[in-house]
Every structure is written in C-alpha cells, then in structure tokens.
Write a protein that binds this ligand. Structure first.
Ligand code: IMP
Ligand code: MG
Length: 185
C-alpha cells in the first residue's frame, strides 16, 4: 500500500494551528469594533481564503453577510505576468455597501489590486482588505492591508486554505513543502 499522508510532504511548519486561530480571533475582534452598525459584506476570494473566512466568521458577532468572487492570475514559472481574469463574479450588488475583501495571501499584490479597481467601479460605501498572510519582499504594487494576520518570508507556503496544485488546503497550519514535491509532481 502506498502511504497517503499529506503531512509526509511537509518540510517546515511556519505558523501553528493555535497561532492562526488566535490571530484570526484578534482580527475578528477589530472587525467587530470597526464595523458595528455598518452591516459589512465579507467577500471571500476563492478558493484560497475559504478556510480563513470560515474561521473569521465564527468570531464576527455583528450584522454582516458574505459573498464570493473567483479570479485567476496567470503566472510564468517564476514571475507573475500581471494578467488577472475574473472567473466567477459576486452574487449580490455592492453599491452602497461596506465591503471587506478577505484574501489568503498578498504576494505581488496584483490580484488584490485588480479586484480593488474592479470593485471600486461598483461604488461601494467603503472597500477594505483583510488578508491572513503577506510576503512583503515580493510586493510589486502598493497595497493597503487594513487587517493583516502575519508577514512571512518569500517562501511558497500551503495549508489553511492555500494550495500547491490544489492539494494541502486542508492542513490546519501553514507550512512549506519538501523541495522534491515541486520537482516530482
Ligand atoms: P498575488 O497576485 O501575487 O498577490 O498573488 C496572490 C495569489 O497567489 C494568492 O491569492 C494565492 O492564490 C497565490 N499565492 C501566492 N503566494 C502563494 C503561496 O505561497 N502559496 C499558495 N498560494 C500562493
Ligand atoms: Mg488565492
């Protein structure tokens, strides 16, 4: 029988489950304070941010709603081409709404910059960004991260919603993978 345990592919755990959960709770408490009476709509950028969103929601105790949007960013081997395409749009109008974009990671910033510009044209009352992770070394565009969980070094990470070739999203922590994983599959 072949071993089918995704944990065997992990090189290094960067952020533990407990650390993630307490940070998410802290972020939700700030959101509760800042958005009281403002009925925000939390927009989850699929697919990477669903774990983050679902943890965050459980600690949000003010009137709010959720919606989803999906984009794909075309990447070269090393560098992003900067081309972002909408794959799935929001269900509801955001005109006049207080919008909080929920993202898993801001890397170059291109994805969030595209979405920010796109959503601004729909005249929301406000538009802010909540991201779990950021790689400051890689930023190509100036992005204001109104709520930020963790800054991480410029390493490819998986877990807590983040994938490598659609795998590892279900890991409850953030980790890097063994180099042979990138070579073999
Ligand atoms: P950006 O447009 O360069 O900021 O990239 C953002 C998107 O790239 C994120 O929404 C992720 O889907 C993906 N991404 C960037 N870095 C990582 C990583 O380390 N692991 C998994 N996905 C990543
Ligand atoms: Mg993503």
């Amino acid at each position: 029988m072949t071993e089918d345990n995704i944990r065997n592919d992990i090189r290094e755990k960067l952020i533990a489950r407990e650390e993630l959960n307490s940070k998410v709770k802290e972020l939700a408490e700030s959101i509760n304070r800042d958005y009281r009476g403002k009925n925000p709509v939390l927009i989850s950028i699929l697919k990477g941010s669903i774990v983050f969103l679902s943890k965050l929601m459980k600690y949000i105790n003010i009137e709010s709603s959720i919606d989803f949007i999906a984009v794909s960013s075309y990447r070269g081997r090393e560098q992003s081409t900067g081309i972002v395409k909408m794959i799935m749009d929001l269900r509801e109008s955001i005109e006049g709404r207080n919008v909080l974009l929920v993202e898993d990671i801001v890397d170059t910033g291109l994805t969030v910059a595209y979405l920010r510009d796109n959503l601004e044209t729909r005249r929301p009352a406000s538009l802010k960004l909540c991201t779990l992770l950021n790689k400051p070394e890689n930023m190509e565009i100036d992005i204001k991260m109104d709520y930020l969980g963790f800054k991480i070094p410029d390493k490819f990470v998986v877990g807590y919603g983040l994938d490598y070739k659609e795998k590892y999203r279900n890991l409850p922590f953030i980790a890097t993978l063994k180099p042979e994983i990138y070579r073999n599959k």
